[in-house]
Design a protein around this ligand. Structure first.
Ligand code: CS2
Ligand code: MG
Length: 402
């Protein structure tokens, strides 16, 4: 079997997506998600100018060798753009292998380890009351786990809170919009917020929160400690994780479980975090961490240190990534939880998939491969429009982590 073509499909059904379609000489094709929010065209160029020409003629069954060719052979290894491009190739090849074998992807990985996949959704509001209402709505929809983000008194806006009446979409302008952040106001409000949620909804629902890289280690230690009474499922991205050692200080102060990794693209980004058990959940996702081939290595390594998976699953990861992630979640022994920000009907119209959601849990389909496809004709009706992620400044104007 040989690869005879590879197409990069860029579309924007409500938001930008990049999809790689690899076609073989036997008519079987596979697709992978190559979406990197705010940097889509960089991945398009990396694929079109450097990866696709070298793919033509290769045997699509040689997934590992092709992975090594575009990782070890790239010279300029790692980085979000190259690893997102490699991830798309990898997922498309696993899709082809499943189709040729006539097996759903989870069977190729080792069969299912569970009956269903627990997922969490987002609840957010501009104030405590509207956030509490959003939590209640998520619980009514059957979710057993809810991520909570709220507007902060004294701040005009903050991460994770949708503009009135809209779904939350961070890439909200042609050029980066600017927001203002106050750690002091945030740290004062968070314990009040989670106290109110627990008081209203009790202890049964899992609560998660994304700090989104905005604290220093000692601030994160304080927040983790102050949130302990509210028994979070996890506190996510509490500090930027380039310095993995900074998590030791947080770990020494709090038992609140920690999750990190959606911005990682290599096992080396999380090796110390995992082997020192500084974290409880690794979030590196198939679309940005080099595909199934590398994420499987990360998950296996994490299993040695009691670290579980908690894949990133925001709307800027397409249904292709979601489909592949659910097959992986079905198999991976050290599964933790799967994020799910529902895609809009417009987004879902371009992608067909056979995974299903019921009462807080997902199940992948039984179609060979990952079960997701793209309607190229319909996709072409939604042209790309540049959309940048925001930047964040402290109240004194200092450029801070968004
Ligand atoms: C967030 C993401 O879902 C999450 O945990 O961190 O929504 C993140 O802000 C976006 O994926 C950035 O593109
Ligand atoms: Mg996050």
């Amino acid at each position: 079997m040989k690869i005879i073509d590879a197409k990069v499909i860029v579309c924007s059904p409500g938001r930008n997506f990049v999809t790689l379609k690899i076609v073989t000489d036997e008519g079987v094709y596979g697709i992978g998600d190559a979406t990197l929010n705010g940097r889509e065209k960089s991945v398009v160029s990396y694929l079109q100018d450097y990866v696709v020409p070298a793919l033509i003629g290769k045997d699509p069954h040689r997934i590992e060798d092709i992975w090594q060719f575009f990782y070890r052979g790239a010279y300029w290894r790692r980085g979000p753009v190259g690893m997102t491009a490699l991830a798309a190739v990898d997922v498309a090849l696993w899709d082809i292998k499943g189709k040729v074998a006539g097996l759903p992807l989870y069977q190729l990985l080792g069969g299912r380890s569970r009956d269903r996949i627990m997922t969490y959704t987002h609840a957010n509001g501009r104030c405590m009351e509207s956030t509490l209402d959003a939590v209640g709505k998520a619980i009514d929809e059957g979710y057993k786990a809810v991520r909570i983000q709220s507007g902060i008194p004294g701040m005009a806006s903050t991460y994770g809170v949708a503009k009135d009446g809209h779904k939350y979409e961070p890439a909200d302008a042609d050029l980066p919009s600017e927001s203002v952040w106050s750690t002091e106001k945030y740290l004062t409000f968070m314990p009040e917020l989670f106290d109110a949620v627990r008081s209203k909804y009790g202890d049964d629902v899992h609560l998660l929160h994304d700090v989104h890289h905005r604290l220093t280690p000692i601030e994160a230690a304080r927040l983790g400690k102050e949130l302990e009474p509210f028994k979070l499922f996890w506190l996510e991205d509490c500090v930027p994780a380039e310095n993995q050692e900074s998590f030791r200080l947080i770990r020494e102060h709090t038992t609140t479980p920690l999750a990190v990794g959606e911005v990682f693209n290599s096992i080396h980004d999380c090796r110390e975090l995992i082997q020192n058990q500084y974290i409880d959940y690794i979030r590196s996702t198939i679309a940005h961490a080099g595909g199934i081939t590398q994420v499987r290595r990360i998950a296996d390594f994490a299993s040695l240190f009691n670290v579980r998976t908690g894949f990133h699953g925001a709307t800027d990861l397409s249904p292709v990534c979601m489909g592949a992630a659910l097959h992986f979640d079905y198999w991976v022994p050290n599964f933790g939880i799967q994020e799910h920000m529902p895609h809009s009907l417009e987004m879902e119209s371009v992608f067909t998939f056979d995974y299903t959601f019921e009462k807080g849990f997902f199940t992948p389909g039984e179609a060979p491969g990952h079960g997701v496809d793209i309607d190229e004709k319909l996709a072409s009706k939604y042209p790309y429009k540049r959309a940048a992620l925001p930047v964040n400044r402290l109240e004194d104007g200092t450029l801070w982590n968004w």
